[in-house]
Design a protein around this ligand. Structure first.
Ligand code: ZN
Length: 277
């Protein structure tokens, strides 16, 4: 069995957001010798951007991604401009935190709209404009395809193939994909699309498990090993392309992991990463 490199474990801070503030999560990762972290914007705002950067540096933590930008489609031009400005600020913050990439959840249908093709066009346009800003600054943008159940309200890029096509169209420079297994494990084109993405495009790798049954579409993600995803097989497929980045645990779990002792959660993440990652 090819175990994962324990040093490649990263914690997406949503995993502990119910129990701990960001400063406690940073300290917790350091205490448990976890080397990677991926913070969310609201948590960074609460702690302060400079203070977050200082604490991350003092523990020598690798910021494997910054969550998140995107949400490109808007009902009006003004709405879209405000979203674009906010995305540029997210790029600036990601730079300040020395993040490996800015993760993009691209957005779904604008309020009242049934025009899915139009929403996807708005995503392409918004992404293209953000790339013009992020490219010269050297902050890579990572498109995260989300499971199709989120097409209406969170992301109308739903497959690795769609993300790959956006990279084809907009150019690979500074653009890539965040492969999150919760969203992509079911895809019959997972392996060929991971191969199509290749080493250059895979900017982040997010892991958790798919529970059967799933009780909540958003807040019932499973710990690695508790569900049906072949996490190890998928990780090996990504690493076979040359990916050498972190394995980021991202678990939203209102009924289970968010209710547990956070040190226990981190210990469990470490053990399950080795066992199933
Ligand atoms: Zn993710």
């Amino acid at each position: 069995m090819d175990q994962p490199d324990a040093n490649k474990l990263s914690i997406n801070t949503a995993t502990l957001r119910a129990q701990w503030k960001l400063e406690q999560i940073i300290d917790g990762c350091a205490r448990h010798a976890i080397r990677g972290i991926s913070p969310w914007r609201d948590q960074v705002q609460a702690l302060g951007l400079q203070e977050t950067a200082r604490r991350l540096r003092s523990h020598d933590l690798t910021v494997t991604g910054y969550c998140r930008g995107g949400m490109f489609p808007g009902a009006t031009p003004q709405d879209r401009q405000e979203r674009a400005a906010d995305n540029r600020r997210a790029v600036d913050e990601a730079l300040e935190l020395n993040a490996a990439c800015l993760v993009l959840v691209v957005g779904g249908l604008p309020a009242g709209s049934k025009d899915l093709a139009g929403a996807r066009q708005q995503v392409r346009d918004g992404l293209s404009a953000l790339l013009e800003y992020a490219r010269p600054l050297g902050m890579p943008l990572a498109i995260e395809p989300l499971h199709p159940m989120y097409a209406a309200d969170r992301a109308c890029v739903n497959t690795l193939a769609q993300a790959n096509t956006l990279c084809d169209e907009l150019g690979d420079d500074g653009l890539g994909i965040a492969v999150d297994l919760y969203h992509t494990w079911w895809d019959p084109q997972f392996l060929p699309e991971v191969a199509r993405a290749g080493r250059q495009r895979i900017l982040a790798f997010h892991i958790c498990d798919w529970l059967v049954p799933t009780r909540d579409l958003l807040m019932d993600r499973g710990m690695m090993g508790d569900g049906v995803i072949d996490i190890r097989g998928c990780r090996q497929a990504v690493e076979a392309q040359g990916y050498r980045g972190f394995h980021e645990v991202e678990i939203f779990s209102e009924h289970n992991w968010w209710k547990r002792d956070p040190d226990e959660v981190l210990l469990t993440c470490k053990a399950r990463h080795l066992e199933h990652g």
